[in-house]
Design a protein around this ligand. Sequence first.
Ligand SMILES: Cc1cc2nc3c(=O)[nH]c(=O)nc-3n(C[C@H](O)[C@H](O)[C@H](O)COP(=O)(O)OP(=O)(O)OC[C@H]3O[C@@H](n4cnc5c(N)ncnc54)[C@H](O)[C@@H]3O)c2cc1C
Length: 280
Amino acid sequence: MDLITVREIRVASTRDEVVFAPGERPLGGGTWLFSEQQDGLTGLVDLTGLGWPSVTETDTALSIAATCTIAELSRLTPLVLRTGERGPSRGSQGGSPLFWQCANSLLASFKIWNVATVGGNLCVSLPAGSMTSLSAALDAEAVIWTTDGGERRVPVADFVTDVQSNVLAPGEVLRSIEIPRPSLTSRTGFRRIALSPLGRTGTLVIARLDATGEVVFTITGGTRRPVQLRFDELPNARALEQSVLAIGEWYSDAHGASDWRRAMSALLADELRIELEGIA
Ligand SMILES: Cc1cc2nc3c(=O)[nH]c(=O)nc-3n(C[C@H](O)[C@H](O)[C@H](O)COP(=O)(O)OP(=O)(O)OC[C@H]3O[C@@H](n4cnc5c(N)ncnc54)[C@H](O)[C@@H]3O)c2cc1C
């Protein structure tokens, strides 16, 4: 839709140009910004002109730029499998299937995928933000550019604080997410449910079994913000169910009532527990 209050769109090409006057906001792919009325918005600063490489590898992490599109991310599997060649679980089902599974969890077609960005998805901070699901489940860190020219880091699991609310202070920008290498070679399991076959996520549960034996269940979509349940080893059915049912911040909207989301999360988590039990 036309944003009739917007007077200026600037394309930033250097960090010095990533500054925001009152009423201005960062522009990623614009798929959310241009989908509804934006009260008080007078200007946009386009981040895609900064030319950040979508994906970079370091010795310790896979770094995904905030401006990486969902389409680019969905094609990452081969790269991640190459990364796995240096890790302990070559050829295993590592973290890599999650890239495709989470890209497919958006209620959005390939047309949206081609422009919507990973950073935009995290920053909209909807419960059904599956880039949040992906990066929280893999214990990624969010790298944030601060207004004084520095940066700070927070676990993605703590980045979204509530529905459409996150830790970004005014003027701060999400620069990238960094996924630690060990997460990419962990065994993972994925379950998602929606009220209709192509519906928005009701709840999404990802289980991750690390080489250390630690098991992490990450619940998004059903909850108002990501919730992680950590166990030193695979929990038994009762312990897992009690932990899921003890979560106190279930989300409720047209895409699912909170009691349904709670029950489905417990069921899906147990399915993943059984799946991991077979390979632990
Ligand atoms: C048909 C359709 C279906 C959709 N389905 C889903 C869905 O299932 N789940 C879901 O979560 N969303 C969904 N969306 C919403 C949206 O498309 C996605 O969340 C998308 O990933 C947003 O990315 P973007 O780059 O287009 O963000 P933009 O629209 O460019 O920006 C979104 C918000 O994030 C801010 N922002 C963007 N990048 C940064 C950054 N690097 N640092 C700081 N702030 C930033 C912007 O200022 C804005 O407030 C859907 C949208 C459409 C049109």
